[in-house]
Every structure is written in C-alpha cells, then in structure tokens.
Design a protein around this ligand. Structure first.
Ligand SMILES: [Zn+2]
Ligand SMILES: [Zn+2]
Length: 122
C-alpha cells in the first residue's frame, strides 16, 4: 500500500530586524511581529509529499506513467521512479524513454491493481 502524506514546513523572516522563525507556529508569530512593530515579514511555506516514508518533492506528471524497462517482459506503472509492484526502479539518466499514459503492450497485473488502489485513494 502506498502512503501519501503531506508535510508542511514554514519559514518566516523579518526583513526589517532580520529575526527568523521556523517553529510550527512561525506563521502566526511572524504575523503578530509584523503588526506589533510594523515590520515586513516574509513567510515561506514548503510542502512535501511523504511517499513510503521518504521525503520527496511533489512529483511532476512526467514522473508517473507506464514504462517497459529494457530487460522486462511487461509494462510497469512508475510513480516517483519506482514501479508500483516494487520490482523496478526507473532511472531517468539510464532510460530516456518517456513514461506513457497507457501501456504500449502487456501490462503487469500487480501494477494495475496498485494503480487502481492509488487512484481510489486520491
Ligand atoms: Zn522585525
Ligand atoms: Zn509491475
């Protein structure tokens, strides 16, 4: 089962007195600071998707799709450089072929099942 959790990190900086905050309440603290001292604050919100426990930037559409590795008999569905059935890793540097929306041949049964689960969870 593929877990997708969104993790948020807030970094706030004051452009006037150079203070900075990184706590979970950084946004509120910086807003109060800005009002109190009439300073300009910059708030950056970073969002990550936690995928199988690993921290990754949000995937772009080109990192998701069907692909047939050179020595594979079946087409596998790749998401964040890994096939859903867990048998294959996709290295952009090694395989320049694009990922497809539909398999161009016989697809892997496990990948189809996992893909249905994944789409159902969104
Ligand atoms: Zn300040
Ligand atoms: Zn597969």
């Amino acid at each position: 089962m593929i877990r997708r959790l969104i993790s948020k990190k807030v970094i706030a900086k004051c452009l006037d007195c150079k203070k900075h905050w990184e706590e979970s309440n950084a946004q509120d603290v910086a807003t109060i600071h800005a009002k109190k001292y009439k300073h300009k604050v910059l708030i950056e919100i970073h969002q990550y998707i936690l995928y199988d426990g690993a921290k990754k930037e949000k995937s772009t559409p080109s990192e998701e799709g069907w692909f047939k590795p050179l020595n594979a008999h079946l087409w596998h569905y790749f998401y964040n450089c890994r096939s859903l059935c867990g048998r294959w890793y996709y290295h952009k540097e090694l395989h320049k072929s694009p990922l497809l929306e539909k398999p161009d041949g016989k697809p892997c049964g496990t990948c189809i099942k996992k893909l249905e689960q994944l789409k159902g969870n969104i």
